[in-house]
Design a binder for this molecule. Structure first.
Ligand code: GDP
Length: 365
């Protein structure tokens, strides 16, 4: 499965956020695929639609879809030069599909900030610079290898060298690789380099408890938002310490807690949803008397592939998918009424699954 890594400087609230994730998360015992890796937290993806469908279909059980976060500890200034856990840290980032970059926006005199004062912009630049330097190093190595071949007029090597040269210039100008544009033909070459700064990224602004009702009251948030906007990245404000408290509550207590603090929803829930979308993931549902269940698919998948997520047999023997969209189910109030209005469709192998589709797969065994 795709996973998002949590990174950030020391003392910004990463462990607190990760504790919230594991406390809110799925019990390892209920999640047979869970690695025993203590750095991985598996959370359910909150989805109001799943509850709505459950109310209409009234199944014996409801199962949410899940999602993984990986805690990546240990980045410090100089990581790309091997400072701290430098190299291990960078190789851990290499393995994740997206980066959730936690920055400290809360003031607390008792908690030391690594650089002496709360300054999220400088923190972001510190980390991004380490990522940029690490990428530059791997690009330089690669250029050393490809250059000779390119001189022999080898077409493939020349194409790669062109990509590498562009990346090098961008990184040297302090740009992240994901800010650079490449042609369709170049895209696979870039992907093959597994660059850190090419990964999808969002910022988690760790704000104070007093600010959760109105995050804009935080003096640093606007700065982070501005910087993020220039990179086309999203910012999710959370208060990690509150999320850790919320994580152990049941649904009723959680609702009361959120109300007390004037929070429309939990920041962790928003973070999960934002990360899920950042990764290009979508949810489709299956709905039967036994079970209503949410499934994660990659946006753009066709029906047989999406069916294969449930079981490989569904993909191999795929015949068609009977499909009703969640919005239509809600508009008509029952499967029967939506069917009579013509919203229950039979889709074939070329159908591109939409977020919110309720699917029934027909297949040959
Ligand atoms: P890490 O080094 O980034 O993993 O940071 P930690 O999660 O260990 O947090 C560092 C310190 O900041 C701890 O004492 C936390 O209790 C505290 N902390 C984390 N999040 C918040 C927050 O949202 N508000 C306040 N006031 N303190 C926090």
């Amino acid at each position: 499965p795709l996973t998002a890594g949590i990174v950030g400087l020391p003392n910004v609230g990463k462990s607190t956020l990760f504790n919230a994730i594991t406390k809110a998360g799925v019990e390892a015992a209920n999640y047979p695929f869970a690695t025993i890796d203590p750095n991985v937290g598996v959370v359910e993806v909150p989805d109001k639609r799943l509850d709505d469908i459950t109310k209409i279909v009234n199944p014996k059980k409801t199962v949410a879809t899940t999602f993984e976060f990986t805690d990546i500890a240990g980045i410090v200034k100089g990581a790309s030069k091997g400072e701290g856990l430098g190299n291990k840290f960078l190789s851990n980032i290499r393995q994740v599909d997206a980066i959730c970059h936690v920055v400290r926006c809360f003031e607390d005199g008792n908690i030391t900030h690594v650089s002496g004062k709360v300054d999220p912009i400088s923190d972001i630049e510190t980390i991004n610079l380490e990522l940029i330097l690490a990428d530059l190093e791997s690009i330089d190595k690669r250029i050393g290898r490809v250059e000779k071949q390119a001189k022999t007029k080898d077409a493939e090597a020349m194409a790669e060298l062109e990509v590498l040269t562009k990346l090098k210039a961008g990184l040297e100008a302090n740009q992240m690789a994901n800010a650079l544009e490449f042609t369709k033909e170049q895209e696979p070459i870039v992907r093959n380099l597994f660059l850190l700064t090419r990964k999808k990224m969002l910022y988690v602004a760790n704000i104070g408890e007093e600010e959760v009702a109105d995050p804009s009251a935080n003096p640093f948030l606007a700065q982070v938002q501005e910087l993020a906007a220039s990179q086309g990245a999203e910012v999710v404000p959370v208060c990690a310490s509150l999320e850790e408290e919320i994580a152990v509550l049941d649904d009723q207590e959680k609702a009361a807690f959120l109300e007390d603090f004037g929070m429309p929803e939990s920041g962790l829930d928003r973070l999960i949803q934002a990360t899920y979308h950042l990764l290009g993931l979508g949810t489709y549902f299956t709905a039967g008397e036994q079970e209503v269940r949410a499934w994660t698919f990659k946006q753009g998948m066709k029906a047989p592939q999406a069916a294969g997520i449930i079981h490989t047999d569904f993909e191999r023997g795929f015949i068609r998918a009977e499909t009703l969209h969640y919005d239509d189910l809600m508009a008509y109030g029952s499967v029967q009424a939506a069917k009579e209005a013509g919203h229950y469709r039979s889709e074939g192998k070329e159908y591109v699954v939409k977020d919110g589709d309720i699917m029934l797969f027909r297949f040959n065994v």
